[in-house]
Design a protein around this ligand. Structure first.
Ligand SMILES: Nc1ncnc2c1ncn2[C@@H]1O[C@H](COP(=O)(O)OP(=O)(O)OP(=O)(O)O)[C@@H](O)[C@H]1O
Length: 358
């Protein structure tokens, strides 16, 4: 398999249970290292679709290729060795310790004991379960969030190139869930893997996905980046699905980079006291949400800064900034672009309008 070939290739997949179509003509390609989130209302077929990838469900029609090979040509056990799998009900073996649970698959694969021990220790450490404290505990002695981390460590133990996750954070309270999601995003181990994750949580999908597949009644309604689904919805179902959280999602999806053109316009005429000492610098790749929080949260001086200085960090931003400098002559702090709260809000509004235009 060459690098340009998809690691997962699905064509014309269909599955019925009795008379009910559960997966209807689904096709997609996944690139190595990509995270695809399957999103949609309860019962829309997310789990069924996920399980066709590791042959826990056999489709009625269509093909699934993993690493260039039709999965039907591979023995299910062998196929699953290259595919980590995490489910909401974790499924840890209660009579095995944490370390033994993590070691199950590498042991089955006959890895040497010292290699398994080193891998287990490294994974537990990375997942914030210090081995000295947790390796010899039993699942029943752990919190739900800790069990979930062990489940993830177990799925990663044999270093599979693909990981399937079915509502992996579903059983956790919202705070633990947000924490684990952040850890999950920051885990180098997972950045290199191809991940397919099932959720019905829109925020989770937007935080974790490179692309989202939004399903309804087993049919793909749209497959695209979070930004595409938000700003170029393919149909009314997609539009309605994100309606309740639209503003929050827009604030978290757009970055200051996206607003630079609009900031050039909305900053004109706003007077900024450049001498003020409480202004702080943000990189242009932060989300609008983060910038808003910075401008409205109390700073160390117990009041919010009156302005932020945006430091362009991407080549597009630097290009746009040169344009800003020419047109507005904001040259006092050459490398930085000033923004106040009203200017940020105005630019955000303009950017949303611009991006929503067909
Ligand atoms: N083994 C099965 N036998 C019969 N019907 C099934 C089976 N598995 C799933 N279904 C049905 O197929 C439909 C899709 O189920 P699936 O679990 O794929 O949905 P989902 O989108 O993952 O739902 P949820 O978000 O609620 O977990 C549902 O109507 C479900 O009842």
């Amino acid at each position: 398999m060459s690098d340009s070939q998809p690691i997962i290739r699905v064509r014309g997949l269909r599955k019925h249970y009795g008379p009910h179509p559960v997966v209807q003509d689904v096709s997609f390609d996944l690139r190595v290292g990509e995270t695809l989130v399957l999103l949609g209302p309860s019962g829309c077929g997310k789990t069924t679709l996920l399980k066709t990838l590791n042959r826990l469900v056999e489709p009625d029609a269509g093909t699934v290729e993993v690493q260039g090979q039709d999965v039907r040509a591979q023995r299910p056990e062998e196929l699953r060795r290259g595919i980590g799998y995490v489910i909401q009900q974790v499924g840890l073996l209660p009579h095995l310790t944490v370390a033994e649970n993590v070691a199950v698959v590498p042991k089955l694969l006959g890895y040497p004991a010292p290699q398994i021990a080193a891998r287990t220790e490294a994974l537990l450490t990375r997942l914030h379960l210090p081995p000295a404290r947790y390796a010899n505990q039993y699942p029943g002695q752990l919190s739900g969030g800790q069990q979930q981390r062990v489940g993830l460590a177990r799925a990663l133990a044999a270093d599979p190139p693909i990981v399937l996750l079915d509502e992996p954070f579903g059983a956790l309270d919202p705070i633990t869930r947000a924490d684990i999601r952040r850890e999950f995003r920051e885990l180098d181990e997972l950045r290199l893997k191809t991940v397919v994750l099932v959720t019905h949580d829109v925020t989770e999908a937007f935080e974790l996905a490179d692309r989202i597949m939004l399903l309804d009644s087993g049919k793909v309604q749209q497959l695209g980046t979070p930004r595409e689904l938000l700003f170029q919805p393919a149909n009314d179902f997609v539009r309605r699905f994100f309606e309740a959280e639209r503003l929050t999602l827009q604030l978290r999806t757009l970055t200051l980079d996206d607003l630079l053109i609009d900031l050039a316009e909305s900053s004109t005429g706003i007077s900024i006291d450049y001498s003020q000492s409480d202004q702080s610098i943000v990189h242009s790749n932060v989300t609008v949400q983060e910038a808003l929080e910075r401008l409205s949260a109390p700073s160390t001086t117990l009041h919010a800064p009156s302005a932020l200085w945006i430091q362009p960090v991407t080549s597009e931003a630097i290009g746009a900034h040169n344009h800003t400098l020419d047109s507005t002559k904001v040259a006092t702090k050459e490398a930085l672009i000033p923004v106040t709260l009203p200017a940020l809000m105005a630019a955000f509004g303009q950017a949303v309008q611009r991006l929503q235009r067909p």
